[in-house]
Ligand binder design. Sequence first.
Ligand SMILES: Cc1ncc(COP(=O)(O)O)c(C=O)c1O
Length: 426
Amino acid sequence: MDTEISPSAALVARDAKVFFHQDGSSPCLAGLRAVSGSWIEDLDGRRYLDLHGNTTHHIGHANPELIAALKAQLDELTFSPRRYANEPATALAELLTGQWPAGPAKVLFTTGGSDAIEVAMKLARVATGRSATISLEGSYHGHGFGAFGLSRAIPDARLGSFLPDRVHVRSYWKHGADAMLQDIERALVTTPGGVAALIAEPIRSNCHVPPAGLWPEVRRLCDAAGTALIFDEIPSGLGKTGKFFAFEHFGAQPDMVVLGKALGGGHLPIAAVLAGARFDVAPELALGHYTHEKNPLTTRAALTTVSIILRDELPARAARLEQLVRARVAGLAASNPWLRSVRGKGLLLALELDRAALQHAGEANLLASLLASGISTTTKGDDAIGFSPPLTITEAEIDVALTGIGRAVAELARESLPSAAGQPVT
Ligand SMILES: Cc1ncc(COP(=O)(O)O)c(C=O)c1O
């Protein structure tokens, strides 16, 4: 019997022995050898179009301009201990605050999105003198005890207690805008001591677009209650939805926005809290002085990334490619009963599939079938798969992606639902 396993499978097996297993991360799908542009390649030489990229790959994997900038930075300045300024960190802060559409702004950088969410919570608490937060049940804001507590009213009991003073409201994507607004209005009025901040993604990264008028109304309610509105744009910011800030679609200016993921170009970890300068009220407090808060390499990565996004007008490109994807999917759906439609904005998209068919096939089978067709992605809820490529993806690559998805879905339909078999897919 042949007992040899492939290099990719061998690495996955080694990985499984030494990493704690956790939902969403293990088991690994393959061992990677290289990433480039819209593609990832495993150790067995299989290439996949990366329609997930953890939403970090706005400027494409292994962007050559970013790699050159990082190599130059390594020759120049590699670290900046706390209480020293350095050029890339300051220039990044200047560039980001310059994008803020509502007057003077300031920033703090962290190494991860979860930490940045917690810095934003602290700023809001200090500025308002209150401690309670409102967040949407079923949202996701990171894994810190503060950030994860925002996501669920009752996280798994085995994890113990989270921050107190958390009020969870019904979400627009599950219960509709009216229910969400009713809950928010009640919480703002009845929470003892008042509410410091309402924290939400302006467009949920499961790609449910909020109804028009929702965020302006939330803004109005927060203003009336003296509550800060914090938008978590960790996946949706930096041009992904077709505008630099996702909130620009919705007519509501937040008090703070949290950026992350793609900020480091997908190469290095960095996140940011960007807020009106009026939140600079507690110089005597440490709000998040992280070891790498002004790391010259992470900030060089972000400075280069944001400069590329602005220079190459990638937000507008994402908006244009969204229309292309919608048109192509409409064409495909006509001959494939599994494919329904597209939801989302820009290139933060999900392809909606027939829910019953998806459940029948099973999520794991669907993702395996997509991988076999050269597509790396995730499910988005129980009715969709993510279509979240880099903003630099070519039109030809979009066609390759949709052809691969069409093929995978049709094959699965043939296997699991004989009645839907034989639908031609182009
Ligand atoms: C909406 C949202 N907020 C926060 C986070 C946490 O970011 P990080 O994983 O960098 O801590 C994520 C990560 O997926 C996210 O999607």
